[in-house]
Design a protein around this ligand. Structure first.
Ligand SMILES: NC(=O)c1ccc[n+]([C@@H]2O[C@H](COP(=O)([O-])OP(=O)(O)OC[C@H]3O[C@@H](n4cnc5c(N)ncnc54)[C@H](O)[C@@H]3O)[C@@H](O)[C@H]2O)c1
Length: 255
């Protein structure tokens, strides 16, 4: 990777969420302007728009004047399809892509999930790689396969720069921390808020990327589940934390 995109004007959807807060703070610390878009106020952004992704006009207005969009807003796990996933993860996804194309956005970063490979066999001798394809095992993961397909379509048909990120596990709630503590797999895919901020910042700053799908985790605890080497090579991401460093919730003492 040669050169860095600097001083961007970046729209972050889901900017009040766990990954969004870390991303907005990191981008601002590097001199980028951050416009937040969420159903609630985004205190970490330079500018905060409170609106719903299902409102195409609001998404379009928020996208105007931005050169970069990081699309994080979504229902972040499996949920009722008609009332949650359809408006937030499908209609909202379409609204963001459509607005980004029409408003001439230079770089769109879209969030998928490691759950898109939920049904891919777990190998003992190597990590899951991009070449293993996708095998969603719930409706949430299906919406993220759609996000990946949409990225491919817009990158190639509409000549946009689109990076798809497949995050590991950034614990939003205390019970997620318990889940990670009890699982070697969970610890291997742990994604600290600091590393998440750095990862999405690298997605913004990387030059010369047309279309990529990248796994994103913190450093390995020994076991490697997802192959993050392509992110190191393509966008210059260097994870700094290993589980449980910078975990956003206190670790229970008796476990
Ligand atoms: N945290 C993880 O471990 C993880 C792992 C894989 C993928 N992801 C993906 O990363 C993204 C961010 O996840 P997170 O952990 O920060 O989740 P989060 O729930 O903390 O944040 C999501 C934010 O999106 C907002 N949002 C949801 N629907 C909206 C709508 N219709 N209009 C406006 N705002 C809306 C919510 O208010 C929330 O602030 C999601 O797309 C999620 O699927 C997260």
């Amino acid at each position: 990777m040669v050169g860095v995109r600097q001083n961007t004007r970046t729209l972050v959807t889901g900017s009040a969420g766990a990954i969004g807060r870390a991303t907005a703070a990191e981008l601002k610390s590097r001199g980028h302007f951050v416009r937040g878009f969420d159903r609630v106020e985004s205190p970490h952004a330079d500018e905060s728009i409170v609106a719903n992704l299902a409102d195409a006009g609001a998404v379009r207005d928020a996208t105007r004047g931005m050169d970069t969009v990081i699309h994080l807003a979504a229902t972040p796990d499996d949920a009722d399809f008609m009332s949650e996933l359809l408006p937030n993860n499908v209609i909202g996804l379409f609204n963001v892509f459509d607005a980004a194309r029409d408003e001439g956005v230079e770089r769109l970063v879209v969030t998928s999930t490691g759950q898109v490979v939920g049904g891919v066999p777990r190998y003992t001798d190597r990590p899951v790689m991009l070449e293993d394809g996708t095998a969603p095992r719930n409706h949430y993961a299906v919406t993220k396969v759609m996000a990946e397909a949409m990225a491919d379509m817009y990158a190639h048909r509409h000549d946009m720069s689109v990076i798809v990120v497949r995050p590991g596990w950034l614990p939003r709630e205390l019970h997620h921390v318990h889940g990670i503590m009890k699982s070697e797999w969970g610890q291997a895919v742990y994604f600290s808020p600091n590393d998440a901020g750095r990862f999405f910042r690298c997605c913004v700053e990387a030059v010369g990327v047309k279309h990529a799908v990248l796994f994103a985790t913190s450093k390995s605890n020994g076991k490697i589940v997802f192959d993050i080497e392509p992110a190191l090579e393509l966008i210059g991401y260097e994870p700094q934390d290993v589980w449980p460093q910078n975990c956003p919730h206190p670790l229970p003492k008796d476990e």
